[in-house]
Design a protein around this ligand. Structure first.
Ligand SMILES: *[C@@H]1O[C@H](CO)[C@@H](O)[C@H](O)[C@H]1NC(C)=O
Ligand SMILES: *[C@@H]1O[C@H](CO)[C@@H](O)[C@H](O)[C@H]1NC(C)=O
Ligand SMILES: *[C@@H]1O[C@H](CO)[C@@H](O)[C@H](O)[C@H]1NC(C)=O
Ligand SMILES: *[C@@H]1O[C@H](CO)[C@@H](O)[C@H](O)[C@H]1NC(C)=O
Length: 372
């Protein structure tokens, strides 16, 4: 008898720890100009909050690279990153977006709005007319999509929100830097508002052969998607002509952002190392020459992160794991430690800190961190 009871208790415990509530897809039913690359309506997954956090909302901008030319965007328009046609009805999320208290102690019962990425251009583009690519119409409307989603949220209760956090990873992390102040501008001033960018601090490194791959991609994407509508005004005064694209590059844009913002980023971000540095190995399986290139990348990242380090109000968790988008799973959010603290703890210290101060954990060079 006793053993049946303990089994039941065990199963119940297991169930409450692992059963997570799924989020439902909401598509904008009258999107107007705000459409995905293929012309389909954009949308987001919504999971309702509860308890004392029922008035608090995390808005997450999904990531997924960029499309760099018309042909590339035509290809993307046939996938879930460019069309809502095949999005599933339900989704569930981990890490910072988890609704399981054990893994997400401070935010598990917040409302979640997980915005789907379908414009291929950092939620930042606006080309007024569809572009004909081999007989197919392609739409560059990322900025329009974000505005329409924010309008929808305003029409559906965000006015009553007490707290909003804007977040996103990778392309969504860049978009978090680009749009942090815009989102503030469309929320009631009574809302307690902050932002957290995950894996969005892309730096402009040369690749291993000395070619400016990252810079060229940034310029190309800026132009193709016509991102001028998304620029910070002060930034655009300082970077003119061919340099205007820099106001969509976090490393240059960062000092202009007025919203309190937390940067969660690996100093050895795998996406940047593979696609921008174009290092052809995974440590520890690299030659001494390759390791040298890797540590040069780290030094450049350190130089570019002084913006973040010098800020007296913003927060940061800059680890040295080979990783990308670490806020979305329990390993990156809870188990990786820097200075004895997890990202979840560091972010909470910054977010809930009584003093307006800065909270930052910055890791030592690879391979010093044993918790990766
Ligand atoms: C357009 O179609 C032609 C011929 O079918 C093909 O060679 C070309 O690659 C296509 N271009 C794009 C952008 O898809
Ligand atoms: C590019 O964006 C600017 C600013 O929003 C807009 O005035 C212009 O019409 C756009 N260009 C095209 C080709 O849509
Ligand atoms: C801007 O870029 C274009 C095309 O690469 C080039 O022809 C032009 O000289 C550049 N302008 C400036 C001011 O650097
Ligand atoms: C950060 O602070 C250091 C030391 O005060 C200073 O030398 C450096 O120029 C600052 N960097 C930036 C980007 O503000």
């Amino acid at each position: 008898m006793a053993s049946y009871t303990s089994l039941a208790v065990f199963l119940l415990t297991l169930f409450t720890f692992t059963a997570s509530k799924e989020a439902n897809l909401i598509l904008l039913d009258d999107p107007g100009e705000a459409v995905c690359l293929d012309g389909s309506p954009p949308g987001f997954y919504y999971r309702e909050g509860s308890g004392s956090d029922a008035t608090k909302i995390i808005i997450h901008l999904e990531g997924g690279g960029v499309c760099v030319d018309e042909e590339d965007c035509l290809g993307r328009s046939k996938t879930d990153l460019g069309s809502s046609k095949n999005w599933k009805q339900m989704a569930d999320f981990g890490g910072f977006l988890s609704d399981i208290k054990l893994f997400n102690e401070k935010f598990y019962d917040w409302n979640i709005v997980f915005v789907k990425y379908c414009d291929g251009g950092l939620y930042s583009g606006y080309v007024s007319q569809p572009v004909d690519v081999n007989g197919t119409s392609i739409y560059f409307r990322g900025n329009t999509i974000l505005k329409a989603i924010m309008q929808y949220l305003r029409d559906n209760g965000i006015k009553e929100a007490s707290d909003v956090i804007l977040t996103g990873c990778s392309a969504g992390g860049i978009a978090t830097y680009i749009h942090a102040d815009y989102v503030r501008s469309v929320l009631p001033s009574s809302v307690n508002y902050r932002a957290m960018s995950d894996a969005g601090y892309f730096i402009e490194v040369l690749n291993v052969n000395g070619e400016p791959i990252a810079k060229e991609r940034g310029q190309k994407v800026y132009k193709l998607h016509n991102m001028s509508i998304s620029l910070d005004e002060d930034c655009a005064k300082d970077y003119t002509g061919n340099d205007t694209y820099k106001c969509t590059a976090p490393q240059y844009l960062y000092p202009y952002i007025k919203t309190p913002i937390f940067s969660f980023n690996s100093q050895y971000d795998t996406w940047q190392i593979e696609n921008n540095l174009q290092l052809d190995c995974d440590p520890p399986h690299c030659t001494p020459e390759q390791m040298e290139k890797l540590q040069e990348f780290f030094k450049e990242f350190q130089a570019a992160e002084t913006n973040i380090i010098n800020s007296t109000t913003n927060g940061a968790f800059l680890d040295s794991c080979f990783a990308h988008c670490q806020s979305l799973d329990s390993h990156g959010w809870n188990r990786v430690k820097v200075g004895g603290q997890s990202a979840a703890e560091t972010f909470a210290n910054w977010y809930f800190g009584e003093s307006e101060g800065s909270v930052k954990e910055v890791d030592c060079p690879y391979p010093c961190n044993k918790s990766c």
